[in-house]
Ligand binder design. Structure first.
Ligand code: G3H
Length: 477
């Protein structure tokens, strides 16, 4: 795609051979947006909303649904192109790229069904002491929507779609890695919704977002990414009481593998939880607490299974490990491993942590303790830190002290142990997985977190509620 003016070049994590050796492939460009252009986008969104009087916020739910159905049809026409872009731009395997696209379409279809139910609820009248009351779901205004690089389509759309369909107008800033993925869909947005409903903002977040937030005209911040960036964005808003924040932020999900765990199951699920998409999932398992009595057997089985995993380019058959998306990530992961070694841990598997171009071979690091980066930092990459424990109070205390509270996994075959753990855990995190990895899906499930991990709740129905207000028309008889 050609742009006038200065552009940012997008390089794939996939390297190609050149005369000067292997290099990241240039796969496209996007404009370096300016503050002025961001303000023009804001003006367009404000004009389309028109203080709630615009065509879109006053449109009937059934007509809005027709627009979304038109969009999802057009989106389907772009399936192959978008899947190819996900593979090239962020290095996700073909199977996971297909899954990301298809689950997003399913999410939109589920949203349409849920909205019809919500609309039925809204059009219900209740009569109380001479008053007829109609409860409605009304939009909130202008939404600034920013998604992450790791699920550029799915995660972004789980805020963007409910925000649109509830009658809000939008500023959409695509992620730094994962902008090209959206190109085939931007035209579909323009063709499916009235002018000004979806407005794309390009450029470095630090250049274009402060002005938008300082304007005080953003009513909802829908952001998926780091809590640091979320706090910076919020700080710029002059009236925080007028800003609704729907945030999905940092997470350091733990897995507790007790002495009663089914070892094979725990190993297989730990691999899925820690290494799917190279651990670049907010929901990934990022630290494992393994009971001392089984830790040697667990690590041996884990290493054996990792040795059988296939790594390669995203489109290669059966591949699980692919190039990591962010250029600085291999160096950061190496730094985490070196820090753990300096504090007494070892890399337990052959080739663990080896970097080759943009590939990072998974590393099993043991024994991890509270002096290490890997104990508290969200590595967001293929490292499996293992902490040995004796008493179940140890992992519980870790979760109590952690600033995060998204999910936890527990592996045990003892129902008494499960019963003992569920209540304390569910009061510390927002999802407890028994004998399975941490994950967001299916997307109809509530998705949130405690402490610094989230604000507001996503899912299908929760998201429709998050991007609207329950209002009332009360008529006296
Ligand atoms: O990065 C967060 C994604 O929403 C993860 O989704 O756990 O279903 O793969 P998932």
């Amino acid at each position: 795609r050609k742009w006038n003016g200065p552009v940012t070049e997008v390089y794939s994590p996939i390297l190609v051979q050149t005369n000067e050796g292997p290099k990241r492939k240039l796969i496209g460009t996007y404009p370096i947006g300016t503050e002025k252009e961001a303000n023009e986008a804001l003006e367009a969104a404000l004009a389309a909303y028109d203080n709630g009087r615009g065509e879109w916020p006053t449109m009937s739910v059934s007509n809005r649904i027709e627009c979304l159905e038109r969009f999802v049809y057009k989106m389907g026409e772009q399936r192959d192109t978008v899947i190819k872009l996900i593979m090239w731009e962020i290095g996700k395997s073909y199977a996971d790229s297909v899954k990301e696209f298809d689950r997003t379409v399913e999410y939109i279809n589920n949203t349409i069904d849920a909205l019809k139910d919500l609309d039925r609820e809204s059009s219900r009248f209740s009569i109380e002491e001479g008053v007829i009351a109609q409860i409605r779901r009304s939009p909130l205004g202008v939404v600034l929507c920013m998604g992450p690089f790791n699920y550029p389509l799915n995660e972004t759309f789980t805020t963007l779609i409910p925000a649109i369909i509830m009658g809000n107008t939008l500023l959409f800033k695509p992620p730094k890695h994962g902008t090209l993925v959206h190109y085939p869909l931007l035209k579909a947005f323009q063709e499916s919704f009235p002018k000004g409903v979806v407005n794309t903002v390009y450029g470095r977040g630090a250049d274009v977002t402060p002005g938008l937030m300082k304007s005080g005209k953003i009513n909802v911040l829908a952001f998926i990414g780091s809590s640091k960036v979320a706090n910076d964005l919020k700080k710029n808003h002059p009236k925080l009481n007028r800003l609704r924040a729907i945030l999905s932020l940092d997470a350091k999900n733990a897995s507790i593998i007790t002495k009663n765990a089914d070892l094979s199951l725990a190993v297989n699920e730990s691999i899925l939880g820690s290494l799917s998409y190279n651990g670049q999932r907010c929901t990934a398992i990022k630290i494992l607490f393994v009971h001392k009595s089984i830790v040697d057997a667990f690590i041996a089985k884990l290493n054996e299974t990792i040795a059988g995993l296939k790594y390669g380019l995203p489109w290669e058959k059966g591949v699980m490990l692919t190039p990591v998306a962010e250029p600085g990530k291999p160096a950061y992961l190496t730094e985490c491993i070196n820090d753990a070694i300096a504090n007494g841990a070892q890399v337990m598997n052959e080739n663990g942590g080896t970097v080759a171009e943009s590939f990072v071979y998974p590393a099993v690091v043991y024994p991890v303790n509270n002096k290490m980066k890997l104990y508290r930092e969200e590595q967001f990459g293929p490292i499996i830190p293992i902490v040995p424990f004796e008493s179940l109070d140890e992992p519980i205390n870790y979760l109590i002290e952690s600033p995060h509270g998204q999910q936890v996994s527990v592996f045990t075959t003892d129902p008494g142990e499960t019963a003992h753990l569920i209540d304390p855990l569910v009061n510390l995190v927002s999802r407890v997985n028994i004998n399975s990895q941490c994950q967001r899906g299916p997307d109809v499930f509530p998705f949130t977190g405690r402490k610094d991990s989230a604000e507001g709740t996503l899912s299908v129905v929760d998201a429709l509620r998050s991007f609207s207000i329950r209002s009332l028309v009360a008529s006296k008889m």
